[in-house]
Design a binder for this molecule. Structure first.
Ligand code: FES
Length: 681
């Protein structure tokens, strides 16, 4: 048996014997221990920090003497003086093995560190991005063996990091010579290799050791909003999150009107492509400014979007998506250069990945939800609804997953609502209506107090009370139903019928007053009959989509429900069920998952293996097309009632009682939501 010293790494438990003098970084590499390094052991990047432990370790069967590692050296001292190093830490590339030793690799020194997501139910992301940084020493040019700078850089990457088969595009070549000389032949190279790539690519190169970080964008390109997370590609942390309106709204609020715009106006698709690409460039600049970084340090972007947005982003006319059989130009994932999409504000050689679409109207956003929520790994039957202008709905478990997309329209996002607004400070997000007095109390974004708490007026003086956001309108409608202000068909009662002056006539229908700030020049916030209709249309589409998948699966109930979407985390599950947005389920089995599509994009950005995984998963998801399914219309009409005309809600009945009121008197509203024309949004 070898008498070489034994090195035990924690937390991995990997162990091996190494000759005296072996640097810890080398031992870690040989054992496949996850220990980071950008500078290749030159003692300048500090990524390789480790903590040696001394004393008795019966668990590992070793005793570690004080001199188990080589002495603290000048390189470490220099680093500590300049940058600081926690006491007890060593640089793994400098400390060498002299005797048996136990080495702990702290989380920040692990290449594949886990990024813990905030939500309790969330899965963690293992860092394994497609882009990595490498520091190299490049040979200087020599008259006697003439080679190009790029060839010598490639040789350095091969010798020092075993990276072969490199490609470098013209933008890199244009700067390479200057950078090499400026760095005195030491440079940091960002190398990208996607999971489908046969070659690695140089994305950027910086003189010396680059310490400015490298970043990626996870973008959820929605019909109404574009939301992005700026992530550090080295540790996965989110540096900034930002969003802007999708400027294509001026061509039509919903997807089908954008498809028709393209059909009716020659070149209309190109106009919309230009608009969204410009907005994306603005978003790149805004989010980089917010994080205080150079936008050129954004080296990657991952997109999730519905099929129409997907086609318009790529510059493909979406006309085929306007008619059955809804053929996509491609449903495969795509890897492209940022410049192919005119994303000129991020790095010139940056790379873009688009998740695969499922089929028809079920897009990459639904795929991203599947990646984030993993219904395909669930033991019980889970219904996931991602609420947006289109709802992505998934139903399944380990054996089978079904998906559809349902045209809910923008009402859940506060659009098309008379007092609606985006979720921003001043917007009402929670509301309660006293069933006896019919008086409301509410909370606004940016203030923790309720409107009837002392100090509320002072606390909201700055923001004001400006409107109702998506989660607020859901609560308002559900509370109106619970307080007997709204009957099951969705009609608002008059002052006489409800016994409150807060219900007042508006045209031939009634409205309910939540807050009147007109005396101070503020808005009058009401819920009108039109608002109720918009919410009924949206929730019926959502419920009908879910119900269609349940029919297809042959089930009457689901084990649990996950509400996702930009405001999924804020939806009150009880109110969602009073409204009949989702099928009946025990309330403790209904949870919120926040922006699951955005999280899916983040996972794909930070972990390249997940790209392969979702491409495989998507092939096994069965798409159900709502637009041509006659049952959808049937479910839609029945779902118009609040909570539902046919379905019973026994679980809901355990927690609330719904008053049986009817306001459908002669001369009442004749425009029932069920008879309205439904359009795919
Ligand atoms: S590997 Fe860079 S400092 Fe040790």
């Amino acid at each position: 048996m070898s008498t070489d010293p034994l090195v035990v790494f924690t937390p991995s438990g990997k162990r091996g014997r190494f000759p005296v003098g072996t640097p810890i970084l080398t031992a870690a590499r040989q054992l496949g221990v996850d220990l980071d390094s950008v500078c290749g052991g030159r003692g300048i990047c500090s990524k390789c920090q480790i903590t040696p432990s001394y004393g008795e370790f019966p668990k590992h069967g070793v005793t570690v003497a004080q001199d188990a590692l080589s002495e603290w050296n000048k390189v470490e001292q220099r680093y500590k003086d300049k940058r600081g190093l926690i006491d007890g830490r060593r640089l793994g590339c400098q400390a060498a093995v002299l005797g048996d030793v136990v080495i702990d690799v702290p989380p920040e020194s692990q290449v594949h560190k886990q990024v813990v997501r905030k939500a309790a139910t969330a899965r963690n992301i293992i860092m394994d991005p497609a882009t990595h940084l490498y520091f190299v020493q490049v040979d200087e040019p020599d008259m006697h063996s003439p080679t190009g700078d790029l060839e010598r850089l490639e040789r350095a990457l091969k010798d020092q990091w075993e990276i072969t088969g490199l490609r470098a595009d013209p933008p890199i070549l244009r700067k390479l010579q200057t950078v090499l000389r400026k760095g005195n032949w030491q440079v940091t190279v960002a190398v990208h290799r996607g999971h489908q790539d046969a070659h690695s690519r140089i994305i950027d190169v910086w003189p010396g050791l680059h310490e400015g970080g490298v970043y990626g964008l996870a973008i959820d390109l929605g019909s109404t909003t574009i939301a992005a997370h700026l992530c550090d590609l080295q540790d996965g942390s989110v540096k900034a999150s930002s969003g802007i309106m999708n400027p294509q709204i001026r061509y039509g609020e919903d997807l089908m009107s954008r498809v028709s715009y393209s059909m009716m106006n020659p070149g209309g698709d190109q106009e919309m492509t230009r608009a969204v690409r410009e907005a994306l460039n603005t978003l790149v600049e805004t989010i980089a400014a917010e994080a205080d970084i150079d936008p050129k340090l954004i080296l990657e972007a991952v997109f999730v979007c519905n099929p129409v947005m997907h086609h318009l982003l790529l510059g493909i006319d979406p006309v085929e998506l306007g008619q059955a059989p809804f053929a996509l130009a491609t449903s495969e994932s795509m890897s492209l250069d940022a410049r192919d999409l005119d994303l000129t504000k991020m790095n010139a050689a940056g790379r873009v990945y688009l998740l695969p679409c499922i089929a028809g109207h079920v897009g990459a956003d639904a795929a991203a939800v599947a990646l984030s929520e993993e219904p395909n790994k669930s033991e019980d039957l889970v219904l996931i609804v991602d609420v947006g202008t289109n709802a992505e709905i998934l139903l399944g478990n380990k054996t089978r997953v079904l998906a559809c997309s349902s045209p809910t329209g923008p009402a859940f996002e506060g659009a098309q609502i008379s007092s609606g607004q985006r979720a921003a400070p001043g917007a009402i997000e929670r509301i309660e209506i006293n069933p006896d007095t019919k008086e409301p109390r509410f909370r606004v974004i940016g203030c923790d107090l309720w409107s009837d708490d002392a100090g509320f007026d002072e606390a909201t003086a700055q923001t004001g009370i400006t409107g109702i956001c998506g989660s607020g309108i859901i609560e308002a409608v559900a509370e109106m139903r619970l307080a007997g202000l709204l009957d099951p068909s969705g009609l608002i009662g008059s002052a006489e019928q409800t016994g409150t002056d807060r219900c007042f006539p508006e045209g031939r229908t009634n409205a309910y007053l939540i807050h009147d700030a007109t005396a101070d020049g503020g808005p009058r916030i009401t819920v009108t009959q039109g608002d109720i209709r918009a919410i009924q249309l949206a929730k019926s589409a959502l419920y009908a989509g879910a119900r269609l998948l349940m029919d297809e699966m042959g089930v009457e109930t689901v084990d649990r429900v996950v509400l996702a979407g930009a405001f999924g985390a804020h939806i009150s599950t009880k109110h969602a069920m009073v409204l009949g947005m989702i099928p009946d389920a025990p309330l403790n089995k209904v949870s919120s998952a926040g922006n699951a599509a955005g999280t899916g994009a983040r996972i794909a950005l930070c972990n390249k293996a997940s790209r392969q995984e979702i491409e495989k998963t998507v092939r096994n998801i069965t798409k159900v097309e709502t637009a041509i399914e006659p049952k959808f219309q049937e479910h839609f009409v029945a779902a118009n009632a609040i909570p539902h005309a046919n379905a019973s809600f026994p679980e809901l009945a355990k927690v609330v009682s719904l008053p049986s009121v009817s306001f459908n008197t002669a001369g009442g509203d004749s425009d029932t939501g069920g008879r309205r024309r439904r359009r795919r949004k």
